[in-house]
Design a binder for this molecule. Structure first.
Ligand code: GLN
Length: 480
């Protein structure tokens, strides 16, 4: 098999080869397309590919570079974006029959940013339907497969984005993370996945799942790649009222700073029952190695973290039931071909357009928000959410970051949890509380298990402190 320059070059090497002329953007895009042709039939990472656009843009960038014109941060680099980010006139399906024919009339903020920084969007990546899931098995396109072992899950919901990077189809992708959907697939596939602080990246043009939790972030092969993409997409946007008005640190320049003196918190409860021993050992030995690089380790407690799964699975479905009400077959989305009257259009269109997991969430959320149960479920969940956030505030009085597992196990076999929603939901136990609290989190590869599956460590930092996470990612990389 032809090896991909994406696999043999770090992000920094790709950038310098492009800028010194050893590599043209055309050549890089061509070899990414070659990898997609070779590997996508098995791995199912991309659901749409835009070859003509990608090659044409690559040529334009090569010409501008040759003419000495100033170029953007992502100049000439191919990227994939999750299939829930709008691009004018291009398929944006959310892995759902409901949006199978949707072509947005506008670009998402992140798409505008990538274009402005001269990145090349080669296509869209597979995902669980409306980002609800942890394995991409709820996608209408079928599951993505893990490059390390195609019988195993790629994780989800941004599974396609993780596979595309881990297999070398493209060096960089975007995903969205509502309860772990960037970090968990990154951990399963063996790449870096960063969920920024809520509000750091505009959600304008991201198809909403749970608006108070959704956040867009990068997948990359290394800390340099994640820093670069975050630099390109972060920043205030008036079209997202939750977008932060804060300065953006120079991530790309500073992520290599030493971690000397950094205070790492570990949470005893993270290492309890249900945690796979390969995952536990890898996390522990990575933390030991970081101590040798000058970090110090401290115990912290997150007493309410044990309620995070229950809390999330009330809040996220509640928000989803409201967000997905717009898909009625009239304003938006699939319309049934046969119907009797107005109510029948709604019922049939929604019945045909949504898959079983999405329907389950809409029913759960509608129930939790209904008049008789609102206080007992939704409001209570909001109160617990506050407690979870306060636990972090206290913990971060004493430490700079918290380290722990991303997912309780390495990638599970495809089909293993598909018929057991609770087992699937429990998979999110270590990732969800960052979304409930708004704080950033990163998944960094640490090695492979004896059976050859990727292992990872997660770091979480206080609000706005993505830079520290990127520094830790670089430090972990330096250990390998
Ligand atoms: N697995 C979680 C869910 O199904 C998280 C999904 C996500 O982050 N989009 O809701």
């Amino acid at each position: 098999m032809v090896t991909s320059p994406v696999l043999s070059h770090s992000t920094t090497e790709l950038l310098s080869s492009l800028s010194n002329g050893d590599l043209t953007s055309r050549r890089l895009v061509e070899s990414c397309l070659e990898q997609i042709h070779l590997q996508n039939p098995t791995l199912n990472a991309f659901v749409s590919v835009d070859e003509g656009y990608a090659l044409e843009l690559a040529d334009q960038i090569d010409t501008r570079r040759a003419a000495g014109e100033p170029l953007g941060l992502l100049a000439g680099l191919p990227l994939g974006i999750k299939d829930n980010m709008c691009r004018t006139g291009k398929p944006t399906t959310c892995g759902s029959r409901m949006l199978a024919n949707y072509r947005p009339p506008y670009d998402a903020h992140v798409v505008e940013r990538i274009k402005a920084e001269d990145g090349i969007i080669v296509g869209t990546t597979n995902m669980d339907e409306f980002a609800m899931g942890s394995s991409t098995e709820t996608s209408i396109y079928g599951p993505s497969r893990n490059p390390a072992n195609p019988d195993h899950s790629a994780g989800g919901s941004s599974g396609g984005s993780a596979v595309a990077v881990a297999s070398g189809m493209v060096p960089l992708t975007l995903g969205s993370d509502t309860g772990g959907s960037i970090r968990q697939p990154a951990a399963f596939c063996g790449c870096v996945g960063l969920k920024p602080t809520y509000g750091r990246v505009s959600r304008f043009g991201l198809v909403a799942f749970a608006s108070s939790l959704d956040q867009i972030g990068p997948f990359a092969r290394d800390a340099a790649g994640a820093s670069l993409v975050l630099q390109a997409i972060a920043g205030h946007d008036t079209r997202d009222s939750t977008s932060l008005q804060r300065d953006i640190p120079a991530y790309s320049e500073n992520f290599r700073a030493s971690i000397q003196g950094m205070r790492i918190g570990i949470v005893d409860e993270h290492f309890g029952k249900g945690l796979n021993s390969d995952v536990a050992n890898s996390v522990t030995s990575t933390i030991d190695a970081l101590q040798e690089l000058g970090a110090t380790v401290h115990r912290v407690t997150l007493p309410h973290a044990k309620y995070s799964v229950a809390t999330y699975y009330l809040i996220a479905p509640s928000e989803a039931s409201s967000n997905l009400a717009r898909y009625d077959g009239i304003h938006y989305g699939h319309r049934s071909e046969q119907y009797d009257d107005l109510v029948d259009v709604y019922c049939r269109s929604r019945g045909e357009g949504f898959g079983p997991e999405v329907k389950r969430r809409i029913m759960l959320g509608t129930y939790a928000l209904s008049a008789g149960y609102y206080d007992a479920y939704y409001l209570k969940a909001l109160r617990v959410r506050r407690r979870i956030r306060e636990d972090y505030d206290q913990a971060f009085d004493n430490v700079d970051v918290i380290a722990g597992p991303v997912s309780p196990t390495p990638a599970f076999p495809i089909g293993d949890k598909a018929n057991d929603p609770l087992a699937m939901y429990l998979n999110d136990i270590y990732t969800i509380s960052a979304n409930l609290s708004g704080i950033p989190g990163i998944s960094v590869p640490t090695g492979v298990s004896p059976s050859g599956l990727p292992l990872a460590i997660q770091f979480q930092a206080p609000l706005f402190d993505e830079l520290r996470l990127l520094q830790l990612a670089a430090a972990v990389e330096s250990l390998r």
